[in-house]
Design a protein around this ligand. Structure first.
Ligand code: NAP
Length: 286
């Protein structure tokens, strides 16, 4: 399992904790730590403010970059291919690269109204043109991949997995996806920071704060930090190839790398998870 540096916080203020955009001096420290600790993968998106531009001016552009594209349903089907090609051309110019390791569709809703095959065909062409190595999609719910697999097997999917959100761990779904040679990228290991923060967030459902409190008490009893518990949890999820982590300081990154390098503690915490998306899916929070 490998770490992937998430860069939403690099390009914009981000998340329910109201994380401020990372300042340049801090980014230079993060860049050095990432390179020194041999992080090889970067997660970004066209939608992450000027994240791509900042990465393109940095040494991190030489790493394996995964970016994401949003394709509004307002774009006519006949214009889809040229829209996608232009967006990727712009992205690669900002990122200052000749090839992307991965390109993900950022939003499942973009595939609606029979546009999946048109969009996938355009991405496949970019792959044949060796502009992209792998194509895929970023998802939230397991129902989405079941619909997609009826006519397309992506190379990569990015999915939320953490102590509270174990929807993708049910029914050996991940091992079935692995059999299809799909690379699994997990994100939200810290649920946008809520799982490792001491601040009770009033913007999230009461039930979520109750679960976070129980998790906190469990960690105290186990004499383990919540950061360690979150990282050891994801390391115990077999089939996950990459873990996309969000940070907003070089200290955050150093702490994560230190724990990630440790020998995995075998525990898969089940007692705090809930399938209720209104509780664990950030799209439903205020
Ligand atoms: N739909 C999508 O494709 C999608 C959606 C969400 C995220 N992403 C990607 O995933 C990345 C991660 O975002 P996420 O939402 O999944 O975040 P996450 O990794 O679950 O949490 C990141 C937050 O955890 C806190 N944190 C991290 N390290 C810490 C440490 N050592 N000590 C204390 N707190 C720490 C920070 O919160 P504070 O800022 O509060 O300190 C940080 O902002 C994003 O940058 C983006 O690349 C993609």
């Amino acid at each position: 399992m490998k770490l992937v540096l998430g860069t939403a916080q690099l390009g914009m203020n981000y998340g329910i904790m109201g994380s401020k955009k990372i300042i340049c001096s801090e980014f230079l420290k993060i860049q050095k730590t990432a390179i020194d600790s041999k992080i090889k993968y970067i997660d970004t998106a066209i939608d992450y403010g000027d994240s791509e531009k900042i990465l393109g001016k940095s040494k991190l552009k030489n790493l394996k970059i995964i970016t994401k594209i949003k394709i509004s349903n307002k774009i006519k089907s006949s214009d889809l291919e040229s829209f996608i090609f232009n967006q990727i051309k712009l992205s690669m110019k900002k990122l200052n690269v000749n090839m992307l390791y991965g390109l993900l569709i950022h939003d499942f809703k973009n595939l609606k109204n029979k546009r999946q095959h048109l969009i996938v065909r355009s991405l496949e062409k970019l792959k044949q043109q060796k502009k992209i190595n792998k194509i895929g999609i970023s998802l939230y719910e397991t129902s989405e991949i079941k619909k997609i697999l009826k006519s397309w097997t992506p190379d990569i999917i990015q999915i939320p997995i953490n102590v509270l959100d174990q929807r993708w761990l049910s029914g050996n779904l991940i091992s079935r996806l692995k059999k299809k040679k799909i690379q699994i990228f997990s994100r939200s290991c810290f649920l946008q920071g809520l799982l490792v923060s001491d601040i009770k967030n009033k913007k999230v459902p009461k039930k979520l704060n109750e679960l976070i409190y129980k998790f906190k008490k469990w960690c105290e009893k186990k004499k383990i930090s919540r950061l360690e518990a979150c990282i050891h949890f994801i390391k115990n999820v077999s089939g996950v190839d990459f873990v996309v982590i969000g940070i907003n300081s070089n200290n955050h990154l150093n702490e994560i790398i230190k724990v990630f390098k440790k020998k995995k503690k075998n525990f898969l915490i089940r007692n705090f998870s809930t399938p209720k998306k209104k509780i664990i899916d950030p799209r439903y929070w205020n």
